[in-house]
Design a protein around this ligand. Sequence first.
Ligand SMILES: C[S@@+](CC[C@H](N)C(=O)[O-])C[C@H]1O[C@@H](n2cnc3c(N)ncnc32)[C@H](O)[C@@H]1O
Length: 266
Amino acid sequence: MTHDRDAHAPGGDGPASGAAADPARRWRELAPETVLLDGFHALKHALRFGARVPLALTEDRPGALALAADLAPDLTATLDALLEPVPSGTLARLVPRPHPTGVAALAVRASGQAAALRADGPRTAPLVVLDDPRHLGNIGAVIRVAAGCGAAGVLTTGTVDPWHPNVLRAGAGLHFATAVERRTVAGLPAGPLYALDPDGADLRTRTLPDDALLAFGSERRGLSPELRARADHIVALPMRPQVSSYNLATSVAITLYHWLAQTPPA
Ligand SMILES: C[S@@+](CC[C@H](N)C(=O)[O-])C[C@H]1O[C@@H](n2cnc3c(N)ncnc32)[C@H](O)[C@@H]1O
C-alpha cells in the first residue's frame, strides 16, 4: 500500500486559487479531470490503495468520522484532514445520486502507465480479461472480486470504459487496488490464455498458472472469434445439466477461487 498523506490533505492537489472557500466550485473544476468516489466505502478503499484524492466532501462529517473509527481506524487521521463539510443538499447538485453515507470524493484516475506496468510486467497472479463486456455493474463486480483475490488486473476489450462512473460505483473504489485498462485483443499481454466457455474442458482438471490470462466472454454473445483464436486453452466451469451459463462476475469469482484454492494458505 502506498499512502501519501500530503496528496490527500485538503488543497494538497491545488484547487484553483481564489476558489478554496467554495468546495462546490472546486468540485466542478476538478470533476472533468478526475473520477468520482461515491460514498464512504469507495473513498476508504481508494485511499488504502494509494489513490490521490484532491477533494472529499461530506454532508455528515461526524457520521463519516464515526464510520472511519469503526471500519477504517487506519484512515481516521487521513479522513479527519481530508473530509470537508458541506451543507445538506450540496451533493445532490454535484453527483447523480448522493450516497447514503453522505460522502463523495474525486480521485485522480490511476495513470495508464502505472496500470500498464502492473498488467504487462512479470506476473505472479492471473490477469482477468473481459471480452467486450456490456454491463457496467458486472464490470465493477469483477474488479471488486479481482482486487479481493489479488489478481494482477482487469483488462477489457470493446467499447465500454472500465473507469465509467457506474463501474467505479460497483467496484467500491477498488480500481486503485489492481490494474484496470482497456485493450484490444491484439494488445493483450503475453502469457498462457485460458478462455472460459461452457463447452471447454472441466476447469477442475486443470491447474491455472500464476501468469495466466483468464478470459471471459460478453454477457450476450460469449467469447469473440478473435479472443478464441488467441486462446491456448478453453475451460468450463462445472454446471448441472439444463443450466446454460453463469453470470459473468460469478464466473470470474469461481475461476479466481479455483486459482486461489490451488495454493494452501501459508
Ligand atoms: C453470461 S455468460 C455468456 C452467455 C452467452 N449467452 C454465451 O453464449 O456464451 C458470460 C461469460 O461467462 C463465462 N461463463 C459463464 N458460464 C460458464 C461456464 N459454465 N463455463 C465457463 N465459462 C462460463 C463465459 O466466459 C461466458 O462467455
